[in-house]
Design a protein around this ligand. Structure first.
Ligand code: CIR
Length: 258
């Protein structure tokens, strides 16, 4: 099934080594290696039958390569979010230009203060959106998102997060009713209606795979997850994200797919 035509990414900047990190995966990112991994990521996406818009690095925002957070793009509208991390908040103003190439002004919506929301907290399942209430996404942000989606006949429901940074850090939808779930999401009642593939604890990072037009991009180094995804019948491409992992970032965070 072809669902996505476009992808937006932003090149990592040198300042990424100062990006936000929980320290869960220790070490400072190696910038040169991060660039190479980004090249590989773009190459993998191109193999999935999408055109890739590559935005220039923005040194003012160390985490700006994680373009998934300042915008949420749906089938019917684009939403510029209001990132809850202070050092990242300005990224929302820098993503608008790229979004405007694909959406007219009346199809672009905005999450406004005091609402905060980051795209990493939003998981799209058809026209329904699961939204994680996290340190980055607050109740008011979710209220505004619900209102915006309703205008376009789309729905949304809240998922409370206890352990992870963003919702999609721990759960990702692969289409065809298949969902990768790890940690706190394994037992969430709202996900039981899907075919949940439980990710072993020592491979929790790889819950963050991305489905792009029937290919699933899987982070390198997680054999159990790779096998589980292949057993579901998907073609897979491996991409090493070691340097982004040190900043708690993964495959989904690095692009907007629509
Ligand atoms: C941050 O803490 O905001 C970045 N270092 C990582 C963002 C990862 N984004 C995502 O999970 N959507």
């Amino acid at each position: 099934m072809k669902k996505f035509n476009h992808v937006i990414v932003r090149r990592p900047c040198k300042a990424m080594v100062e990006g936000i990190t929980s320290g869960l995966y220790p070490g400072k990112p190696d910038f040169e290696l991060a660039l190479k991994e980004h090249d590989d990521y773009i190459e993998a996406l191109k193999q999935c039958d999408v055109d890739v818009t590559v935005l220039e690095a923005d040194e003012r925002y160390p985490d700006s390569c994680f373009v998934e957070d300042p915008a949420l793009i749906t089938r019917k509208c684009a939403i510029i979010t209001n990132p809850g991390a202070e050092s990242r908040n300005g990224e929302k103003d820098e993503i608008i230009g790229a979004v405007k190439k694909f959406f007219s002004d009346d199809q672009i919506e905005y999450i406004k203060a005091p609402g905060t929301l980051e795209g990493g907290d939003v998981m799209m399942v058809g026209d329904h959106f699961y939204v994680g209430r996290s340190a980055r996404t607050n109740e008011e942000g979710i209220r505004q998102l619900t209102e915006i989606l309703a205008k376009y006949d789309m729905t949304c429901s809240e998922v409370k997060l206890e352990e992870v940074l963003h919702l999609k850090t721990g759960v990702n939808y692969l289409e065809d009713n298949n969902m990768l779930v790890s940690g706190e999401f394994v037992t969430k009642p709202e996900f039981q209606k899907y075919n949940c593939v439980q990710i072993p604890e020592d491979e929790a990072y790889a819950a963050n795979c991305i489905w792009v037009n029937d290919t699933v991009i899987v982070p390198e180094g997680y054999p159990a997850v790779l096998k589980a995804v292949q057993d579901l019948g998907y073609k897979t491409i491996l991409v090493d994200t070691s340097e982004y992992r040190k900043l708690d970032g993964g495959l989904s965070c690095l692009s907007l797919r629509f």
